[in-house]
Design a protein around this ligand. Structure first.
Ligand SMILES: [Zn+2]
Ligand SMILES: [Zn+2]
Length: 452
């Protein structure tokens, strides 16, 4: 989930830094020893593990080797791992006595992108996708940072079992890039088989933000996303005799233009929304009026009310333009909402504050940074926390690019490649170290032993 500027889009509404209350770092394990342990692990194994994952990316729902390696690494920390949940997803249970359950999720998939980052460990991988086509594959969104950090977090928690009590549910999620993997894991019985967690946590590395810095938004974290197909049907005829048919290219063009009126004319101007027609396919030849045009849309909103309003308006406009063109009822445009969709990701404010405070107590207040909202990225972490499960969730971000590079870009130097770009890169060391430390501190905050 990343917007066009390569910046994880976050809402920031002011950071309250509370006094040092409660557990210092749970169980008396000092901040410095945690940081040192993570640094040693990075030096010894995590750095190489990241390179391995980066060199061996896999596509959504094809993450077989990634899941196997992740399972192997988690098992080394005494985690009980079940594979094949939601196709290629894995669930690792770290049980450590009575107490709440905290879900920690990392997404595993790469993207069909040919890497041009010129990193020494660039991917040259190719893989056959779900449609049977062979494509290049790259970790162009930084999910390799997430899975490496999940292993690092599991190791720290395993080494600190005296300091906490409860259960950690470690999730290797497939197909975040298709915003389908979280839903498929739940449909495959994730919560029926392993229990409903008391809290859910995740983070995303962000190439547009300073390396190692952390943002924990108090509320809205990511927009909803819906993929819509519109099939515009017509009546084919000779291009020189348009009156003998119904031209779907002409009708589709009118729909594309009319759709732009939803956000500009129907939505409150203070309410964000996006209706993007990302693809239009139709026709065969200059002089043939075809009988079909396909449109592919993405629709974004920041609350359910706006989401429904946009989706309803799209159906109304497609239908209305079809009728205005004189199409018979049986040929009116068909609007289909695809399963690749996700609700908004909204952090539980109280939990986000606990997590933010735990992070600043352990890493200092300077670790926090401010992000200006930009674009309407989406994220399927929402499925783990959405209302029917009532799981309080917090999703934070960790910056991935050096301040020097960010400053140079701001001064007109080389731009920071966006997520999903073939040039995408993050600095793994500060991202992973911060990600592991912040996530470990967050889990300890929720499961730390209160008694001495
Ligand atoms: Zn992505
Ligand atoms: Zn991503």
């Amino acid at each position: 989930m990343i917007d066009a500027r390569g910046q994880l889009r976050l809402r920031w509404v002011g950071v309250l830094v509370m006094g040092v209350v409660g557990l210092a770092v749970a169980g008396g394990v000092g901040a410095q020893s945690l940081e040192a342990a993570i640094a040693a692990d990075y030096e010894r194994e995590l750095g190489d593990l990241f390179v391995h994952f980066h060199e061996n990316p896999e596509l959504s729902f094809r993450e077989e080797r990634t899941a196997a390696r992740l399972a192997e690494e988690l098992r080394k920390s005494g985690v009980e791992v079940t594979t094949g949940i939601g196709r290629t997803g894995i669930v690792g249970m770290m049980r450590n006595g009575p107490g709440p359950t905290v879900l920690v999720r990392a997404d595993m998939d790469g993207l069909p992108v040919a890497e041009q980052s010129e990193l020494s460990y660039s991917s040259t991988a190719r893989q056959v996708d779900l449609s049977g086509k062979e494509v290049p594959v790259m970790h162009a969104c930084g999910h390799d940072v997430h899975i490496t950090s999940l292993v690092g977090t599991a190791r720290r928690l395993a080494a600190m079992k005296d300091s906490w009590s409860g259960t950690v549910m470690l999730i290797g999620q497939p197909a975040e890039e298709r915003i389908s993997g979280a839903r498929e894991m739940l449909e495959d019985g994730l919560y029926d088989r392993f229990g409903v967690p008391d809290y859910a946590l995740a983070f995303h590395v962000s190439a547009g933000d300073p390396a190692g810095k952390i943002n924990v938004p108090p509320g809205l974290m990511a927009s909803s996303s819906d993929s819509i197909d519109i099939t515009v049907r017509g009546v084919g005829t000779h291009g020189a005799a348009p009156h003998k048919g119904k031209d779907p290219v002409y009708i589709a063009a009118q729909i594309v233009v009319a759709l732009q009126g939803i956000v500009s004319r129907e939505l409150n101007p203070l309410e964000p929304g996006v209706v993007t027609v990302g693809a239009i396919h139709g026709g065969f030849k200059h002089n043939i009026i075809s009988d079909k045009v396909e449109l592919q849309l993405t629709v974004r909103a920041n609350n359910e009310e706006t989401r429904e309003k946009l989706l309803t308006a799209i159906e109304r406009i497609a239908d209305g333009v079809g009728r205005a063109a004189g199409l018979p009822d049986v040929l009116l445009p068909r609007v289909v909402r695809l399963s690749e969709s996700t609700p908004t990701t909204i952090n539980n404010t109280a939990l986000a504050e606990r997590v933010r405070n735990a992070i600043t107590r352990g890493m200092g207040e300077d670790i926090l940074y401010v992000v200006k909202p930009s674009g309407m990225g989406a994220e399927d972490f929402a499925y783990f926390v959405q209302t029917e499960h009532s799981v309080p969730g917090t999703y934070f971000s960790v910056g991935g690019t050096s301040q020097a590079d960010l400053d140079a870009a701001a001064d007109g130097g080389p731009p920071i490649p966006s997520h999903h770009s073939p040039f995408f890169r993050v600095e793994p060391e500060p991202s992973i170290k911060s990600g592991v430390q912040a996530m470990t501190l967050a889990v300890l905050e929720l499961l730390g032993r209160q008694d001495p």
